[in-house]
Design a protein around this ligand. Structure first.
Ligand code: MCN
Ligand code: CUM
Length: 804
């Protein structure tokens, strides 16, 4: 029998960093005890619902609300006319543009908000929506960004066509901005004189995060004490509070924003939607709480989409395969309003990470943002601010270059990786990569899947196919990605002027348990579990006795929220730093209690012990009690700390993915035989949570690569507005993922951790797409666009003459 508690026991008891601790929030979530926005029910609460435009582009000639108002239970019908005196018929977007809250003279996309009905219950509101009579005059619709830049049709009549926009000069009345990085002249020169050049045009189609819980808000204006409380599906509650204050004129201390449990965000819940504004205005007007929760179709048709990038690339290399230059131009479809959620200085997000994991001496990127008659938004969906597009672009360019060079694409990557010794590495398009060891990860991945063996099998399959022995071809999808997450240094990254730091505040209770509050907000990522683990290791109290709270602006310290996989790199760093402040004070208390000098005690797992005399110690629990209940000369009572953390740089996680796929050329159905994902996110806080993040992100990557799309017809009708048409993978389509890792800590992060939430999506999409394309490579395929649904795959086979 063990009679002594060992040091290992004490470490295990903390459930600190590195422990696959089970998610503490799941006890609630799996028993229906979550508290989501739609669970918020306040006394006297009314319900709002939108009248939405059936047209993608039309003039609104008149709106008649009489019949709707006559319906029993209807309290108000708001139109732009009602919001105008408050200056709220338009609102600023996160991208420096403005957006109609309710249609002001015209509508610019199908599903646009036209009027807001407020009624005693949700069903009455929906009935009244049908009774609002809107007289539309249809206008010419533009859904193609290239056509938009040529068209005489002015989409945004509210803008001066010759005046610059938020990001500089505009070339045309439907043009939003040009954004450039790198050296255009030098790049073109290198490419013009190169031994080998490969070119490709690719469309990264429009898609949508489609979180299980749609967006919504409950606004409650208490006119007696002047306090506005807003519950909502907000990924950035403090930003919402500040923006609400600036827009409404209500002082910020009188606004309380609460993000309760969130049923998936994936970027869809970063932006500000007309529903939030209307719920707030309606509550101010009616004096009672007003709830607005959108339905699935509204979510798919009107809230933040993702991608919609038309990318044109040129890549040059020597005959031996050393890349010499990269040129990229993007035509970016932003829809009717530029509501992209990017840091202010980066209207094309971090697309200029498009040189990827490769040492490319010279590069150029130009992005043109364009208005069309589609829903606004952009960026969202496990994207790390357009890194999804950047990685897809470079990982396709590498494949196309490999074809041009007649070289193995795995080998081509190896030749061009940024080498371990080159970090910190400054890329041609400006970013300083903090750390990496790509070759080690790549070799591990290729070995794990027996890459050589797979290629041999594929060659045999091609022969068999040509000999008529099989109708299935085999693809090996490769992807090596570098992510850029943790926005960001305040000097580079802000949203509407608000610097992107983050925060943590810790309060240790006398009995040695604690509460920590952060400026971020979990939407399913497991923050309550993992942030407690960081603290457990830092302050020596068990994670089980640390409560993590987020999302209530009245209690949590100011922070910029959760997106761009920034919680671990920024708030996680703040958590460690705040923990260290606690530890510093605990050290003084311990030294006093042990009657030695501060420098003579050292931290050991869960205690401070006298150096050289480990039997003389005070546990953190004892120290916590003393902090409150024993007078320590020269020290204030209590044990609390707060840290606001402005990271010196972003973190650069990376990964190596391989997908093995069999495709039936007669049905176009792909079968994923194997998916191997190696991720390096630096120090791993909770391996099981990381694995969950990777499974989720890969599944969303599978969706996007193999079928998911927000498609429009020429009239601007959304063809994929329901889950009948919009592909959401289920267990049926999802393969068994094999996960693996290497650990390359971030040199500047206090615990060496990098973000991971978006990595599997960023790296997964090109991997699935490359697998499809690789299957057809031996038959002449260079590039085909996603989504690779059965029909498009069949068409590819058909075009290549494989059905003859
Ligand atoms: N983690 C870890 N060790 C690391 C890095 C992260 O254990 N080295 C853990 C973290 O402690 C956290 C989780 O992994 O519990 C994700 O951390 P991080 O990568 O910092 O990402 P964020 O918490 O900032 O989450 C945002 C990211 C984004 S931007 C999208 S989009 C996305 C994603 O997370 N949305 C999600 N994953 C999601 N997962 C769920 N379930 N729901 C969403 O809406
Ligand atoms: Cu880009 S989707 Mo996430 O940043 O919330």
């Amino acid at each position: 029998m063990k009679d002594e508690i060992t040091r290992e026991d004490r470490v295990a008891g903390l459930k600190g960093m590195g422990c696959s601790r089970k998610r503490v929030e799941d006890a609630r979530f799996t028993q229906g005890k979550g508290n989501y926005v739609d669970d918020v029910k306040l006394p006297g609460m009314l319900h709002g619902d939108f009248v939405r435009s059936p047209y993608a582009h039309a003039r609104v000639k008149s709106i008649n609300i009489d019949a709707a108002m006559a319906l029993p239970g209807v309290v108000a019908v708001l139109t732009a006319k009602d919001l105008e005196p408050l200056g709220l018929h338009w609102m600023p977007t996160l991208a420096g543009d403005k957006q109609m809250v309710l249609a002001d003279g015209k509508v610019l996309f199908q599903g646009q908000e036209v009027a807001f009905v407020v009624a005693s219950d949700r069903y009455v509101a929906a009935d009244a929506v049908e009774l609002v009579e809107v007289d539309y005059e249809e206008l010419e619709v533009i859904v193609d960004p290239f056509e938009s830049l040529q068209s005489d049709v002015v989409l945004r009549e509210d803008l001066d066509p010759t005046a610059p926009g938020a990001h500089g000069p505009r070339k045309h009345h439907n043009h939003i901005f040009t954004w450039e990085a790198g050296d255009q002249e030098a790049t073109e020169q290198v490419i013009d004189n190169a031994e080998v050049v490969a070119e490709a045009e690719m469309y990264y189609h429009r898609t949508h995060p489609c979180p299980l819980e749609t967006c919504g808000a409950v606004a409650s204006m208490d006119k007696v004490n002047g306090k506005l409380t807003v519950y909502g599906t907000f990924q950035a509650p403090h930003v919402v509070r500040t923006v609400a204050s600036l827009l409404s004129g209500i002082e910020e201390h009188n606004i309380r924003v609460i993000s309760p449990d969130i049923g998936g965000g994936f970027g869809n819940k970063v932006g500000v939607y007309p529903g939030y504004v209307c719920a707030i205005v309606a509550s101010i007007v009616t004096g009672v709480p007003v709830k607005w929760v959108e339905d699935r179709m509204e979510n798919l048709m009107s809230t933040a989409f993702a991608r919609d990038y038309w990318m044109k690339g040129k890549i040059s290399a020597t005959k031996e395969g050393k890349i010499t230059g990269l040129h990229c131009h993007v035509t970016a479809d932003h829809g009717a309003f530029d509501a992209c959620a990017d840091p202010t200085k980066f209207p094309a997000g971090f697309m200029n990470i498009c040189t990827g994991s490769y040492d490319i001496p010279v590069a150029y990127l130009g992005v043109d943002g364009v208005y069309t008659n589609k829903a606004p938004g952009g960026v969202s969906y496990r994207c790390s601010f357009r890194v999804t597009e950047a990685v897809y672009f470079i990982e396709r360019m590498i494949e196309v270059l490999a074809i041009e060079l007649n070289m193995d694409p795995a080998e081509l990557r190896s030749i061009n990786f940024i080498k371990k010794e080159q970090f910190p590495y400054t890329a041609a398009l400006g970013w300083e990569y903090d750390s990496g060891d790509y070759q080690t990860a790549w070799d591990k991945a290729l070995k794990a899947v027996d890459y050589k063996g797979l290629r041999a099998e594929q060659a045999q399959r091609v022969e068999d196919f040509k000999a008529g022995k099989t109708r299935k071809v085999m693809g090996i999808g490769l992807s090596f990605f570098t992510e850029i997450v943790g926005a960001g240094p305040v000097k580079n990254c802000d949203i509407l002027g608000m610097g992107m730091f983050d925060s943590c505040e810790i309060r240790i209770h006398p009995t040695g348990s604690a509460v920590a509050r952060l400026g971020t907000i979990s939407q399913g990522q497991g923050h309550a579990t993992t942030f407690a683990q960081i603290l457990a290791t830092e302050i020596g109290l068990s994670a089980d006795s640390i409560t993590i709270e987020e999302g209530d602006t009245d209690t949590a310290p100011y922070g910029l929220g959760t997106y761009g996989s920034r919680s671990t790199p920024v708030a996680g760093a703040a958590t460690a730093m705040a923990g260290r402040k606690i530890r510093a004070k605990a050290q003084m208390i311990a030294a006093y209690l042990l009657e030695v000098h501060d420098d003579d005690v050292e931290f050991d797992v869960d205690r401070f012990a006298v150096k050289g005399a480990p039997e003389r110690f005070k546990t953190m629990k004892e120290i916590a009690y003393a902090a409150y209940n024993q007078v320590i000369p020269g020290l204030e009572p209590g044990l609390e700390a707060v840290s606001y953390y402005d990271p010196p740089n972003m973190t650069y996680p990376f990964g190596a993915y391989v997908c093995v796929m069999d495709i039936d050329v007669d049905t176009g159905v792909p079968e994923i035989r194997r998916f191997y994902a190696l991720d390096d996110c630096g120090t791993r806080i909770n391996p099981m949570v990381i694995e969950g993040q990777i499974h989720g992100g890969l599944t969303e990557a599978l969706a996007v690569a193999l079928g998911q799309e927000i498609a429009y017809d020429d009239m601007g009708n959304v063809k994929t507005g329901t889950l009948m048409d919009f592909f959401l993978p289920t267990a049926w389509e999802v393969p068994n993922y094999e996960t693996d890792f290497t650990v390359t800590p971030s040199p500047h992060h206090p615990i060496g951790a990098k973000g991971v939430g978006e990595s599997p999506h960023v790296g997964g999409v090109p991997c699935f797409s490359n697998a499809v394309q690789d299957a057809f490579r031996p038959f002449g395929n260079r590039h085909t666009n996603m989504p690779h649904d059965h029909w498009r795959i069949w068409q590819t086979a058909n075009t290549l003459g494989m059905h003859d």
